[in-house]
Design a binder for this molecule. Structure first.
Ligand code: ZN
Length: 313
């Protein structure tokens, strides 16, 4: 009797576990979307490359079956420059009330001001990793969402004007000079009363041997989401990328989504605590942030992890 009742309870539990077939993330495809963005040149607001890339991203999302909104705004940078910015929003299953937000910034920094050579400080950053990598992964996820629907609604947002912030600038309010597109969207949502169960930001997710630590704002606002994503990654065999150690707070797009909207959001962002010129990689905000520093294995680790989480919601 005892055995039987145990057995039947077990069966019931198994039946309650969602059986999910997660489509295979294709890193070759993601890589080609990263390369395509870089081919336009640096995607600095107010440039032709920026306009052309915006069109490409919108067209691509539409071709993958998303409902696309281009949110255009004139944003004022810390130095007074008026930025003609475009947030690009692609929605799947727009009627679903249960939603997950996936986001990345698509602009690239106008100045390589972390370059060891001062002569390069006014050269725009190509942003293969810092910008294009996250967008490339999300485009591949969009392609997959078109082939196999997820249960929850998904919003993929490519935010503009993340990387026009002040770094070697001594004015006030410098922290809020970053992430301008996201701050604008938080104050001007594309859909009235928009909200989501949680959000995942991808930033600098394509470098060889990248390591992603549990970033402090993500842990402060959304530790459940961090732990869910990290254990998914580790379960899939990507524990060498997704590490359990903490890092300090990083001001990035997820910070504003947490602070201004209360959508628990995390940042998957490359960071090392020590041993490099910059924790974000030696090519960060230099002229070397090119396709040479993009690795398909890293794209695969991040893309497959995010897909696993999304399709299991
Ligand atoms: Zn940057």
């Amino acid at each position: 009797m005892l055995l039987m009742s145990c057995g039947s309870r077990k069966k019931e539990q198994v039946e309650n576990v969602k059986q999910v077939n997660v489509p295979a993330f294709n890193a070759d495809s993601a890589y080609s979307y990263v390369a395509k963005q870089v081919e336009f040149g640096a995607r600095v607001p107010n440039t032709t490359a920026h306009k052309k890339c915006a069109q490409y991203l919108s067209d691509k999302l539409r071709s993958f079956g998303a409902t696309v909104i281009e949110q255009k705004a004139t944003l004022i940078a810390f130095n007074g420059t008026k930025l003609e910015a475009i947030n690009i929003i692609g929605s799947y299953n727009p009627e679903a009330t249960e939603r997950v937000l996936l986001f990345a910034h698509w602009d690239s920094r106008p100045w390589a001001d972390n370059d060891p050579n001062p002569a390069n400080h006014k050269t725009p950053v190509m942003g293969a990793n810092d910008g294009a990598s996250g967008v490339g992964i999300l485009l591949e996820i969009a392609r997959q969402l078109n082939l196999q629907k997820s249960d929850v609604g998904i919003d993929i947002i490519f935010f503009d004007a993340e990387d026009y912030g002040a770094s070697h600038y001594n004015g006030s309010n410098t922290e809020d000079s970053w992430c301008l597109g996201t701050q604008y969207w938080c104050a001007n949502l594309h859909a009235p009363n928009y909200t989501a169960k949680f959000g995942i930001l991808l930033d600098m997710v394509g470098a060889p041997n990248a390591t992603f630590f549990k970033e402090q704002y993500s842990m402060d606002y959304a530790s459940d989401v961090v732990n869910k994503v990290w254990s998914a990654a580790q379960g899939l065999g990507f524990g060498n990328y997704f590490r359990n150690d903490p890092t300090g707070p990083i001001t990035d797009d997820h910070y504003y989504v947490n602070k201004l909207l209360g959508i628990p959001s995390i940042d998957i962002i490359q960071y090392r605590n020590e041993g490099q010129q910059s924790g974000f990689g030696h090519y960060w905000h230099t002229v070397n942030d090119t396709m040479d520093n993009i690795d398909k294995s890293t794209l695969q680790a991040v893309g497959a992890t995010v897909m696993h989480v999304v399709y299991n919601e």
